[in-house]
Ligand binder design. Structure first.
Ligand code: GDP
Ligand code: MG
Length: 601
């Protein structure tokens, strides 16, 4: 396939507007997959199927015979499916790097939503040709004309260029691929230049080892060749090359403009640096501009639920991070939880998904500590540092925090006009500052806020959804740091601080958060043989306190004289319970207590 017969495109949309369904229909239409294969084909991960969201961008190559002016020409099309959720916009911009065009899918009833706006600008800034598609026109509430006028007023997209489809009934789908071929330019690479290959993604496969998804920008790649990484200078033998069709299919070569996979002698996915440029040994090429590195918005500690599983957790995290390069990992230790890791995530959903994948794909059980955002602290000795861990608030008792700054985001919120009041109230409770307030049509308001990141990582989205009956859409991008007044909130059991439960909170909110944490924890702690006090404190000042009185009877008291098997069962149950406890000083804290406090803030 010469480059003029290749098209690389992705599908971008607000979550649930039908990207993955549309992608499936295109794969069927081109005979790449059979009809009726069930759930969304490209959503391969269990977590994606369960949550109905796309987390990893997937690529598929399709072949299509295009008829025009009595002649038929065969085209090679690479489709990159992208995640829609805000936390994964890093994946979106990565996918776009390999594309020249994008299908912008908008739900015919819901119209333009917050992530439609964000994704449009990502594509627009990458100079992609944009094909607007209004999908779900089969719905009774569909109003394509209203959506067309939104697209015109917000993005200046010509209503005559808009395609109308239903990925459900198949209506209008026949126009999609011809539009891709006619309106999206072929990849611009040079066939006769030295190889320049862009590393889009990598993952670890039990049998083949590290598999890299690559885009051939210039030149070509063949099995058996030797290549070098621009980032590390390391050389590798190309062991296998091919396309995703949509399963891996070995072709032995990839040509200019193609997207495919490559297996080389890379031993660990750490060697496969996403955004790296690879080239043939002994050639000199200009490396491609890399990706903007992922910005970690949320940090939390990850510990094995059972202390002895540290190595297993270590392995699982290593494997998973090669499939999700956007997570940062550093070792840390906790007096309550032992050896573990401090991980940085792009957002709370990203963190949840990472936890779920660790459990589902690697069978590990974990305890996660209270998520925190990265603050900047200035200490009395003049040093200024980024702090990702409440434990590091004042690592050295001799120095004080003299000033602090917290990260903010620019949030876009789109809502039906009747919810404007409720949203303004929520945003001001969350210390937000309104920057813009306008209407995108007679029924929908568009608002821009600056919000402290700390205020949105803890349940903001759920709250926003619930006060707007699910109608709000929300997206954000990271913005500057602003001066803030924060304190470290400690949780103590019988006077002993539990490091894994400490958090950094705004001074104005400390009292309320402390009370909520103590109340919540009380519900999870069983009576023990002695009295237990739970306290929330700032420095030496206790701001909330609860007591759990001592237990009188032991488990067996009830069945003295009773039968032996019953006694055994009870003892076993008690043992089982113990296994899932963490002992702090003399107090046993169940794992659920660590989970329960994640959403207080
Ligand atoms: P994504 O989040 O953008 O990938 O959206 P999905 O493809 O997962 O679709 C979200 C939901 O909308 C699913 O329940 C689909 O079955 C449904 N859906 C997708 N396209 C259509 C359509 O054209 N008409 C109707 N009625 N439902 C659709
Ligand atoms: Mg999807």
């Amino acid at each position: 396939y010469p480059t003029d017969k290749i098209r690389n495109f992705s599908i971008i949309a607000h979550v649930d507007h039908g990207k993955s369904t549309l992608a499936d229909r295109l794969l069927e239409l081109t005979g790449t997959i059979k009809r009726g294969h069930g759930a969304q084909y490209l959503d391969k991960l269990q977590v994606e199927r369960e949550r109905g969201i796309t987390v990893k961008a997937q690529t598929a190559t399709m072949f299509y015979d295009y008829k025009s002016n009595e002649t038929t020409k065969s085209y090679l099309l690479n489709l990159v499916d992208t995640p829609g959720h805000v936390d994964f916009s890093y994946e979106v911009s990565r996918s776009l790097a390999a594309c020249q065009g994008a299908l912008l899918v908008v739900d015919a009833a819901q119209g333009v939503q917050a992530q439609t706006v964000a994704n449009f600008y990502l594509a627009f800034e990458s100079n992609l040709s944009i094909i607007p598609i209004i999908n779900k026109i089969d719905q009774p509430t569909a109003d394509p004309d209203r959506v067309k006028s939104q697209l015109k007023s917000m993005f200046d997209l010509d209503p005559n260029d808009v395609l109308l489809t239903s990925a459900k009934t198949g209506q209008g789908l026949e126009h999609v691929i011809p539009a891709v071929i006619e309106r999206i330019p072929p990849p611009p690479g040079k066939c006769d230049s030295n190889l320049r290959m862009f590393l889009l993604d990598s993952y670890y496969d039990e049998y083949k080892g590290v598999i890299c998804h690559v885009a051939i920008v210039d030149g070509s790649l063949r099995k058996g060749e030797k290549i070098t990484s621009a980032a590390t200078g390391q050389s590798y033998d190309v062991l296998d090359v091919g396309i995703m069709h949509p399963e891996l299919r070995s072709t032995g070569f990839l040509l200019t403009g193609q997207v495919g996979y490559m297996v080389s002698g890379m031993r660990s996915t750490k060697e496969a640096r996403v955004g790296d440029t690879l080239f043939h040994n002994k050639t000199i090429v200009e490396p491609l501009p890399g990706f903007k590195p992922a910005k970690h918005m949320v940090f939390s500690g990850l510990y094995p639920a059972d202390g002895s599983d540290f190595e297993a957790l270590n392995n699982a995290i290593e494997r998973l991070t090669c499939n999700d390069a956007s997570v940062s990992v550093a070792r840390e230790s906790s007096t309550a939880l032992g050896l573990g890791f401090r991980c940085g995530f792009l957002g709370l959903l990203h963190m949840d998904v990472f936890h779920q994948r660790l459990e589902q794909e690697y069978g590990t059980h974990i305890i996660s500590t209270v998520p925190t955002v990265p603050y900047i602290f200035e200490y009395s000795d003049g040093s200024k540092v980024e702090v990702q861990n409440p434990g590091a608030f004042t690592a050295n008792p001799k120095i004080r925090v003299v000033a602090s700054w917290e990260p903010t985001v620019l949030a876009t919120i789109i809502i039906p006009s009747e919810y404007v009041g409720a949203v303004i109230t929520l945003c001001s409770e969350r210390r937000g500052e309104q920057l813009e307030y306008s209407f995108i049509d007679s029924q929908r308001a568009f608002m821009k806020y600056r919000l402290p990141l700390r205020e949105i990582v803890v349940d903001f989205y759920n709250e926003l959804k619930s006060i707007t009956s699910g109608y709000a859409s929300f997206d954000y991008e990271d913005s500057e740091y602003v001066a803030s007044d924060v304190v470290k909130l400690d949780i103590l059991f019988n006077g002993q601080p539990v490091d894994a439960m400490a958090s950094i909170v705004h001074n104005l909110k400390a009292q309320r958060v402390g009370r909520e944490l103590v109340d919540k924890l009380k519900k999870f702690i069983d009576r023990q043989m002695f009295e237990i006090t739970i306290q929330a404190a700032i420095g030496s000042k206790v701001i909330a306190r609860e007591t759990i009185s001592a237990m009188r009877k032991n488990v067996l008291a009830k069945c003295y004289g009773g039968d032996v098997t019953r006694k055994k069962k009870l003892l076993e149950k008690q043992k089982e319970g113990k296994k899932r406890m963490k002992r702090v000083g003399s107090v046993d804290i169940p794992q659920e207590a660590f989970h329960a406090i994640l959403k207080v803030g």
